[in-house]
Design a protein around this ligand. Structure first.
Ligand SMILES: [Fe+2]
Ligand SMILES: [Fe+2]
Length: 282
């Protein structure tokens, strides 16, 4: 429910990494709902399946049942064989809009909240130091916005990109045209949340939801070994706690589509239970 007439509240949660990420979300969403009273909850699920790669239909269904309204993603979205079934499971699962049209899914969804507010959630991916072959995300956003703005002024973007510069560039390109842009992909949160001059809420990266003492959610030794020896090493999701959930809460004016506030969320959980009840099946 909204905090008042004319206001909408959206939670945007960073990349859920494997079972710990899913368990963090399902275990803490009740507390987040009590504290922030969100009208819509968006989570990034590109690492939600086993080994922290991709997403499957059971994972999509688990996250939606647990309380996600929309699942965004990124470069790892097709990391599991079951990705076609995952997209068939729900139109609330997004992939970056600038992937080729042959890819399943789409880059935006329009949702109506229980309080009757229409929002657009959008997912795009950067190209610098990652998929350079993708279509231009700037042109893609420009084109999509001509349609979305006929539907709603409340537009929330998860821009999945590697570099701070490309994320900042997109934010100034879109300032005043969308309600909020959050970043994902680096798995490391930034402390630069603010409202830009023309009313768009912004944070360069949300950070991920994972084991706290890990490397981007992965076991430290498995990553360090490859860094030091240059020999192949299988990365494994770190499951040992403590764990951390990261995201933001954004409030916006429904009449203007401008952001009112953006608050960073970081919750450290020392007693996270990870089992089939809290993390679902893969
Ligand atoms: Fe990620
Ligand atoms: Fe990513």
């Amino acid at each position: 429910m909204s905090i008042g007439q004319g206001t909408v509240t959206v939670l945007m949660i960073g990349d859920l990494v494997g079972r710990p990420g899913r368990a963090l979300f399902s275990s803490l969403i009740g507390k987040l709902r009590a504290q922030y009273a969100p009208d819509c909850v968006v989570v990034n699920g590109e690492n939600a399946a086993q080994n922290g790669r991709g997403i499957t239909a059971p994972t999509v269904e688990f996250l939606l049942k647990a309380g996600a309204d929309v699942i965004t993603s990124g470069n790892h979205i097709f990391g599991q064989k079951g990705f076609t079934a995952a997209f068939a499971a729900s139109d609330r699962l997004l992939r970056p809009l600038n992937f080729p049209s042959e890819c399943p899914g789409k880059g935006h969804v329009i949702v109506t909240t229980p309080s009757g507010v229409t929002l657009a959630i959008v997912n795009a991916q950067g190209r610098v130091f990652m998929h350079e072959q993708l279509a231009c995300p700037f042109k893609g956003m420009e084109s999509l916005l001509t349609f979305l703005r006929t539907q709603t002024k409340l537009i929330f973007l998860d821009f999945h990109a590697e570099t701070t510069s490309e994320k900042q560039g997109m934010s100034y390109f879109l300032d005043g045209k969308i309600t909020a842009q959050v970043g994902t992909h680096t798995h490391v949160p930034t402390a630069d949340e603010r409202i830009l001059p023309n009313g768009t809420a912004y944070i360069t990266d949300l950070g991920c939801c994972s084991a706290l003492n890990s490397m981007l959610g992965m076991n430290i030794q498995s990553v360090l070994s490859r860094m030091i020896t240059q020999l192949p090493s299988k990365f494994a999701v770190e499951e040992n706690g403590p764990h951390v959930l990261r995201g933001v809460c954004i409030k916006a004016d429904t009449a203007t589509g401008k952001a009112i506030s953006i608050e960073r969320i970081s919750i450290i959980e020392t007693n996270l239970v990870i089992n089939q009840d809290t993390a679902g099946k893969e």
